[in-house]
Design a protein around this ligand. Structure first.
Ligand code: NAD
Length: 482
């Protein structure tokens, strides 16, 4: 099955922080892939802008190495040689006055101009002010910003204020790369493109919903950042919240940015204030080969969580009584991200008690592979009477759609959406603020109580208390890595 690629118009993309880790691992490789698929026309310009003292040729070399490492192509690749021709570089300190005229001279009037702020949020104000002062902002200008978008409601509001002082909300693209994942968009296609699921998508038929984002990695080199952030700020407030919104939201009237984002916002506003005993925090211990969380963040007293499991409710007509269980953590048994909609048992079993209890489950898997599975109950084959068996109806994308479904990285999709001017998969200012308004009291509660996370074994399922959270309700988590 060949996917249709619609080329975008020629554009200028300026990457502030073009020599950083995000540019190297994600942004530049994503642009190359879109170029290779002929979605990016060769007249487009990609301009790195950073403090690093280098020229355009050195930046091309940097990009070449990044692409060879990430996209599994050789240095001799013909597309690669063509792609790097589109690259340029300007040395700029966001806080300084040098280089802005050079950057301005490189930009072509009359085409989309996207400034990717791949730098820390403390530089957003300086960048916005200088772009404005040097008259680089026009109607076709777009600004892309990354997480973290604030660390609480007041800092998020302050960032929104900085951006809204110079740009219209329709020009601001707040990235949450989970929204760029093919399966996350497929969740909307499955829900709103089929009649099969939506009539059952409510508390009458859904017992509960589990959302898990599990990682095997620890905090790596991000220790000092992570110790001030923790899983709640780093993962729940953004990625898990977005997955929850897409699962729980009402059907928008149309697939249009504000219609979709209005519905997501309503979900966040309907979330209950989570009770402290419905949240489990954890911190990973050392393993034989790996250091503990406290060693990784170089803070022996750290009370920051590397794991969270929580139960919450979307308090509206559709979901009253159906709990949502969210779980995320580092150094867990497997890299495994999924949304599971667990339907209720059939109201009456005509097959008698020995057939056991059975229910359907819709599993939307995001990592490591993307795909959707529906667990259905069938008769166990053979002459042994009416015994029932649960089997998956599998729609693994790699198998079903063939190699053409070589799922594009989220950044490929999202950057092309920036160029096309489609904000559907980006977070709006009020969404981000509402998510912080829900998260803040939870974090403040821990701080005021001096809450200490529970230790858990590295490469395990997380703290035992997270299992208890489910078991108290007569439910179980799906095992991470199964
Ligand atoms: P990094 O430290 O690797 O790179 C920072 C880049 O910014 C470098 O190119 C550096 O030269 C440039 N820079 C720093 N100060 C500057 C200044 N005053 N003027 C001009 N350029 C300056 O950081 P990163 O990992 O690439 O992250 C960039 C942003 O993206 C951060 O806000 C980070 O939180 C966010 N982010 C990163 C990742 C990731 O996987 N790396 C993921 C999500 C979000």
């Amino acid at each position: 099955m060949v996917s249709r690629i619609i080329p975008v118009d020629e554009f200028d993309l300026i990457i502030f922080g073009g020599t950083g880790d995000l540019a190297r691992r994600k942004i530049i490789p994503a642009l190359f892939k879109r170029f290779q698929d002929e979605q990016i026309p060769s007249g487009s310009r990609i301009i790195g802008a950073a403090r690093s003292d280098m020229d355009a040729e050195a930046f091309r070399e940097f990009a070449r190495d990044a692409i060879v490492a990430e996209c599994k192509v050789s240095h001799e690749n013909k597309d690669l040689a063509e792609f790097v021709e589109a690259l340029d570089y300007v040395m700029i300190d966001a806080l300084g006055e040098e280089g802005w005229a050079d950057l301005s001279a490189l930009l072509q009037p009359g085409r989309v101009r996207a400034f990717y702020f791949s730098v820390g949020p403390s530089l957003f104000d300086a960048l916005a002010e200088r772009l404005d002062r040097h008259q680089m902002v026009d109607a076709e200008t777009r600004i892309v910003v990354e997480k973290p978008f604030g660390r609480d409601l007041s800092s998020a509001r302050a960032l929104n204020k900085v951006l809204s002082a110079r740009f219209d909300e329709t020009q601001i693209y707040r990235i949450d790369h989970y929204l760029g994942k093919e399966t996350v968009q497929n969740l909307m296609a499955v829900r709103f493109g089929n009649v099969l699921f939506e009539p059952l998508w409510n508390s009458q038929f859904v017992d509960h919903i589990q959302i898990t984002v599990a990682e095997t990695v620890g905090v790596g080199g991000r220790g000092s950042y992570y110790d001030k952030s923790g899983a709640m700020r780093d993962m729940v407030q953004n990625h898990l919240m977005q997955l929850l919104c897409l699962t729980a939201m009402e059907p928008p009237a149309k697939f249009d940015p504000d219609a979709v984002r209005d519905e997501k916002l309503k979900v966040i506003r309907a979330l209950n204030a989570v009770e402290p005993h419905h949240i489990i925090r954890g911190q990973y211990d050392a393993s034989a080969e790996d250091s503990s969380f406290r060693e990784d963040v170089e803070n022996p007293q750290s009370k920051t969580e590397s794991f969270i499991a929580l139960k919450c409710h979307v308090q509206n007509w559709r979901w009253a009584g159906t709990p949502f269980y969210l779980r995320t953590g580092k150094r867990l048994e497997a890299r495994d991200s999924e949304i599971i909609v667990v339907f209720k048992d059939a109201p009456h079993s005509i097959f008698g008690a020995e057939a056991g209890r059975h229910h359907n489950e819709l599993r939307i898997q995001l990592q490591p592979d993307e795909g959707i599975t529906l667990k259905v109950t069938i008769k166990e084959p053979g002459p042994g009477g009416m015994r029932l068996l649960d089997v998956p109806l599998d729609m693994s994308f790699a198998e079903t759609l063939g190699p053409a479904a070589d799922t594009p990285d989220a950044y490929e999709r999202l950057i092309m959406d920036v160029v096309r001017g489609n904000q559907t998969l980006f977070m709006r200012n009020d969404e981000v603020e509402a998510a912080w308004a829900w998260t803040d009291p939870i974090i403040q509660g821990w701080e005021s109580r001096g809450d200490v996370p529970k230790p858990y074994d590295s490469f395990s399922q997380g703290p035992a208390a997270a299992d208890m959270l489910m078991q108290r309700d007569g439910r179980t988590w799906r095992e991470i890595g199964q």
